[in-house]
Design a protein around this ligand. Structure first.
Ligand SMILES: Cc1cc2nc3c(=O)[nH]c(=O)nc-3n(C[C@H](O)[C@H](O)[C@H](O)COP(=O)(O)O)c2cc1C
Ligand SMILES: [Mn+2]
Length: 482
């Protein structure tokens, strides 16, 4: 299975499966496009491709590119009907395989070099940055993109999604968290030395490059993209700096992050489903060049109440990275699932309990890892519960978690500045609190005499009766189950 080399191939594949729609009438960048994408997310509709943008002839939009598991499956070259556990299995298989390094192509072979704007011509007003939501502090250029940077000492490359607002025609600003890869390199290795940090923002990256850019994986994102695609991603050199960008991207903005300037950014409708963080002075990106394909397609994510692609993909990859981490530590887990509706705040972990304290051990590893800032609830259930079935998990939470003994609160943890539950002071300093819900039966209870018997079709009827009832289900007159 090969990944799509660009968004255009991906859109064609989505159209075939009924997972994209083309909007041919003119759409306004000033909130109309945003409102369409928002409604798509809330109604789980196909991804909209908007062919005609007011004031910007030649430009197009694609919204909500990966806001459903069907679209994620298509991006991985799988049948859109593939069930989530099978998509997860495939993702684990690919991301556990050998790294696939990118290849460099010549500029003449890179569609993203079809149009090159340098110097004063590199003007952000030439791009149809949407006003995504009413109340946003400005038009956002980077909502579904990758910001490419390099560590000046190790030369290791990072691709990450960090939102970017157009501040003026030459400047963008953004909220880069200090614990993110970009934040760590900028705040440790550029800002204190007063050195400008080259960056390249890739808008409309190939779909699996976007998946890699928002995944919390320790594997460098160019290699991770290759592993997900099953072949190397093609890169091309930037015009103004020593960075490389996907050759089949739609739009690239090159420039430098200024070490000593901060300009206002926000507020913005966020992935938690709220507008939480205030307008503040934030990291400042100065633009030196813009390159783009003919008829470029700008990608838009509209964050808000579920389900947007950030919630879906970050839940997906955060869950699977935690799965790998817990297994690497020998914890007898059966799986990890993070529901996107939790806005990636709730981790459900299935475990074969073998000793006491296992739920706390899982919580401590989860919250103490690089993944920890992003979520604050861990629910631990045993292997009789289907972690993908919220009804079962909720039932376990409501019946097995002792309110006084099984809820473990971890104070003074690292959080994000966007947590709606946190006070303004806590948000400013990324202060978080965490909680583990231990839904395992106490290890000292006798499984036969003390653990209550679950009263369900599967657990309290003899196998023959179950089989007879299932075999006769439609004969009894019930409609077929889906
Ligand atoms: C649409 C979207 C917007 C995001 N915006 C930001 C942001 O503004 N700042 C930030 O630090 N992380 C943001 N994130 C989260 C990062 O993309 C995420 O942590 C990613 O894994 C980058 O990881 P890294 O910093 O470990 O490379 C966003 C994620 C998505 C999906
Ligand atoms: Mn990274």
């Amino acid at each position: 299975m090969k990944g799509h080399k660009d968004n255009r191939e991906f859109i064609a594949a989505l159209e075939k499966t009924g997972d994209a729609v083309r909007i041919r009438q003119e759409v306004d960048w000033d909130m109309e496009a945003g409102a369409i994408v928002r409604r798509v997310c809330e109604t789980k509709a196909p991804a909209p491709v908007m062919e005609k943008i007011k004031d910007y002839p030649g430009f197009r939009f694609m919204g909500a590119p990966l806001a459903s598991y069907r679209r994620l499956a298509v991006s991985l070259g799988m049948d859109p009907r593939t069930r989530l556990p099978q998509i997860a299995e495939e993702y684990l298989k690919r991301t556990n395989s050998a790294p696939i390094a990118p290849v460099l192509v010549k500029k003449k072979d890179a569609p993203v070099k079809q149009n090159i704007l340098l110097g004063d011509d590199a003007d952000l007003c030439k791009l149809p940055a949407p006003l995504v939501h009413e109340g946003d502090g400005g038009r956002y250029i980077g909502t579904w993109h990758a910001v490419i940077t390099k560590d000046p000492e190790t030369e290791s490359v990072n691709w990450g999604m960090y939102r970017q607002m157009m501040f003026d025609s030459k400047t963008m600003s953004g909220a880069v968290f200090p614990f993110s890869d970009l934040g760590k390199i900028f705040y440790e290795k550029y800002a204190p030395r007063g050195v400008a940090m080259p960056f390249a923002t890739v808008i409309g990256p190939p779909p699996l490059a976007a998946v890699a850019a928002c995944a919390p994986s320790p594997i460098p994102e160019p290699e991770l993209t290759g592993m997900l695609m099953g072949e190397p991603i093609e890169l091309v050199k930037c015009e103004t700096c020593d960075l490389e960008v996907p050759a089949h991207a739609e739009i690239v903005i090159e420039g430098v992050i200024l070490p000593d300037v901060r300009v206002e950014e926000g507020p913005f409708g966020e992935y938690t489903g709220y507008r939480t963080s205030p307008r503040e002075n934030r990291i400042t990106f100065y633009v030196k060049a813009i390159t783009y394909r003919n008829d470029p397609i700008m990608t838009i994510s509209n964050m808000g109440v579920p389900t947007d692609e950030g919630q879906l993909l970050r839940s997906f990859s955060l869950g699977l990275e935690l799965d790998k981490l817990l297994r690497s530590q020998g914890i007898p887990i059966t799986g990890v699932y993070m529901p996107p509706d939790s806005t990636h705040h709730v981790m459900i972990v299935g475990v074969k309990p073998r000793y006491s304290g296992i739920a706390q051990q899982i919580g401590q590893l989860a919250f103490g890892s690089k993944l920890g800032p992003w979520f604050h609830m861990v629910i631990v259930v045993d292997d009789t519960i289907d972690i993908y079935n919220w009804n079962e998990v909720f039932h376990a939470l409501c019946t097995r978690c002792h309110p006084a003994n099984d809820i473990h609160i971890h104070k003074n943890s690292v959080g994000t500045a966007l947590n709606p539950y946190a006070s303004a002071h806590e948000r400013r300093y990324s202060m978080g609190s965490k909680v583990v819900f231990d839904c395992l039966w106490p290890p000292d209870w006798d499984p036969v005499n003390e653990v209550p018997t679950l009263v369900s079709f599967r657990t309290v009827y003899p196998k023959e009766i179950q089989e007879k009832v299932l075999a006769n289900w439609s004969a009894y007159g019930f409609p077929a189950e889906t």
